[in-house]
Design a protein around this ligand. Structure first.
Ligand SMILES: Nc1ncnc2c1ncn2[C@@H]1O[C@H](COP(=O)(O)OP(=O)(O)OP(=O)(O)O)[C@@H](O)[C@H]1O
Length: 611
């Protein structure tokens, strides 16, 4: 941009969808608020307009703050018009007047980072809680803990069993992160470690939670299976249901029931799919914990971050790096598990290092799994290696389809055939819901020829032409699969919940699974916001798994198509993964990372005093 910026100019940007209406509104309001506190130079005013717009714009893209060195490319501003550090500092004097007596700064500037005040406070609150909770050497434990852990994780091998280390860490750290890709044993480990904690204290009050209803339901099921496999002592103390985080914290339109003045009534809380937790939710969760409540996060640091702003899990894991820990903590873990931990001692440790364990060995995807090999290659951005996996006939479970072929359509018809048959036969709703989980089409974008809306229309037409679904030109027809897109606490449906339209007792009903594994039948008119779900975006698929996944990417690469997005899509598949993507888009996707600006990582690294 070469001409000076004015709010009128931003209005034009907003009207042509370059920025969001809310970005323009914030810039306009900033100028209004600023004018109450005296006049500034036109240059300062321009810097203020730009800063307000850019901070809001990056927030809409999941970034907690604006980093001056990473000015958003979409806001094409020539270097001479970029705000200077001095101007930013002066921007801090702009305040929001909530009442005559009460004003608070609109922005907080920290070096090169500019935050909206509220987000700065969330970040500070998370940081403060982590500093208070992570303990350099861990909490004291009973003498029996080592014996219990060695029974639960028997036969020390030559190589360190990181599941045993993760369990020991979570038993002695008030806050702990266990990260790992699919099938690395996060659920198995947490089930065993809960058994160990319950052996220490049979009255321990445990809660299980996840960010979405779908993820909570999956956690319930995984924990049930792990309990059944385990034959674990005190397994009765492990809950058989999981909450959504909103439900755990007692959210209502009036606010949260549990907060810094009324703590959650649990001694230990396990949160699965923690990569999906955004910064405001993380701040609420941490502040609602009693000082002695233990918190265990499970998640995959390499997955896409939350849809809303923040990438807290990845930030915590980045501050934990590899398996390095302090010598005192290594001795502690060694005594608990029987492993020699001397090889992983690091002199310089961040505060998170003694509280984060990464599981690397996948027990689901062995050496011969194409899905596992592809996920690893994509994660490393190794395009050539990923291509080899996709082309190697030995890896039949990870296959690339030619862009101009109609092959994907044949797979879609096959993928949904069994599901459609069950609909036609009027099979039990449980079977139908199970059949729907067998296959899923994933896309990266909302609009365009390979966007979610158009792809759903194409799939409906395909299934109709194949004689598998009828009446697909109607809004509601038997077999229409929908996904809820907004939490509705009154109806009890949550973002990501999947429902299927059926004829039930002579009525049109949409069937959902509830958190306890039962069924709910609702009339279509009662549903909160929803959309057709034969295809869904990769973002919406987080927290779900399917037997087979088909990923459709557009020919032309777009900024949202990153390595993390492709990795998340691949790791939704349990048995089969197909993707249709052109070379250029594939290469660029694997070479692009999702950038998430935040001050958390640096702050966690800089606080070494406690260690
Ligand atoms: N140490 C182990 N030895 C053998 N099998 C294991 C081990 N740990 C886990 N498994 C098996 O690997 C599979 C995946 O384990 P689990 O569900 O605990 O992984 P996860 O990391 O929670 O997976 P997801 O990311 O899908 O939630 C299960 O069948 C489990 O029994």
């Amino acid at each position: 941009m070469s001409c000076p910026v004015s709010t009128d100019y931003l209005k034009l940007w907003s009207e042509s969808d370059l920025i969001r209406a809310i970005d323009y509104q914030l810039a306009r309001q900033a100028v209004e608020w600023e004018s109450r506190y005296g006049t500034t130079s036109p240059q300062d005013q321009q810097a203020l307009i730009l800063t307000a717009c850019a901070v809001s714009y990056v927030l809409g893209r999941g970034q907690v703050c604006l980093e001056l060195s990473a000015w958003p490319k979409a806001l094409a501003v020539s270097p001479e018009h970029l705000p200077t550090t001095d101007q930013l500092t002066r921007c801090q004097t702009v305040s929001i007047a909530t009442s005559e007596a009460d004003t608070s700064a609109l922005f907080v500037v920290q070096g090169e980072r500019v935050y909206l005040n509220r987000y700065f406070r969330y970040e500070q609150s998370v940081l403060e809680q982590i500093r208070q909770r992570v303990s350099p050497e861990g909490m004291p434990a009973s003498k029996a803990l080592a014996t219990t852990l060695r029974k639960l994780f028997p036969a020390p091998e030559a190589d360190i069993d990181w599941q045993a280390i993760a369990a020991a860490t979570a038993c002695v750290q008030p806050l702990c992160v266990i990260t790992g890709g699919p099938g690395t044993g996060k659920t198995t480990t947490v089930t065993r470690l809960l058994s160990a904690l319950l052996s220490e204290n049979p009255d321990l009050r445990v809660a299980l939670a996840a960010p979405t209803g779908k993820a909570a339901a999956r956690m319930t099921e995984s924990i049930r299976q792990a309990r059944e496999r385990g034959g674990l002592p005190h397994a009765d103390g492990i809950p058989s249901v999981s909450f959504t985080l909103h439900r755990l914290l007692g959210w209502s339109p009036r606010g949260f029931r549990y907060h810094h003045e009324r703590y959650l009534p649990y001694d230990c809380i396990v949160v699965d799919e923690a990569s999906m937790i955004d910064l405001p939710m993380m701040a609420h969760l941490l502040s609602a914990l009693a000082p002695k409540t233990r918190l265990i996060f499970l998640g995959d640091r390499d997955q896409l971050a939350s849809v809303e702003a923040g990438s807290v899990l990845a930030d915590l894991c980045d501050a934990g790096t590899e398996h390095g820990i302090t010598d005192a903590f290594a001795a502690r873990l060694g005594a608990l598990t029987g492993y020699d931990m001397s090889a992983v001692i690091e002199a310089e440790c961040s505060i998170m290092q003694n509280a984060m364990v990464q599981l690397r060995k996948s027990h689901r995807f062995g050496e011969h799994s194409g899905i596992g090999a592809l996920a690893r290659a994509v994660n490393q951005g190794a395009v050539q290696q990923a291509d080899q996996v996709l082309e190697d006939p030995a890896f039949a479970d990870a296959v690339r389809l030619a862009v101009d072929s109609e092959e994907w359509q044949a797979h879609v018809v096959e993928g949904y055939r069994q599901y459609c048959r069950l609909i036609e036969d009027g099979a039990s709703p449980e079977w139908i819901l199970d059949a729907f989980d067998q296959f899923q089409v994933l896309v990266a974008l909302r609009s365009g020829p390979v966007g979610v809306e158009e792809t759903n229309r194409r799939i409906e037409r395909l299934l109709n032409r194949a004689g598998l679904l009828s009446d697909t030109s109607q809004l509601w027809y038997p077999g229409r699969a929908i996904m809820i897109t907004r939490n509705d606490y009154d109806v009890g449906l949550y973002n990501g919940d999947i429902g299927i339209m059926l004829r039930h007792e002579g009525q049109e009903r949409v069937v959902f699974r509830d958190a306890e594994g039962g069924l709910r039948f609702l009339s279509p008119g009662r549903l909160p916001n929803h959309e057709t779900a034969f295809a869904m975006t990769v973002h919406k698929s987080q927290g779900s798994e399917f037997s087979a996944v088909m990923l459709l990417l557009p020919e032309k690469w777009q900024q949202v198509i990153t390595r993390e997005l492709v990795y998340t899509a691949i790791t939704r598949a349990k048995k089969q993964f197909w993707c249709q993507v052109g070379n250029a888009c594939w290469q660029q996707a694997l070479n692009s990372r999702t950038e998430r600006a935040s001050g958390l990582r640096d702050a966690l690294w800089s606080n070494n005093d406690a260690l």
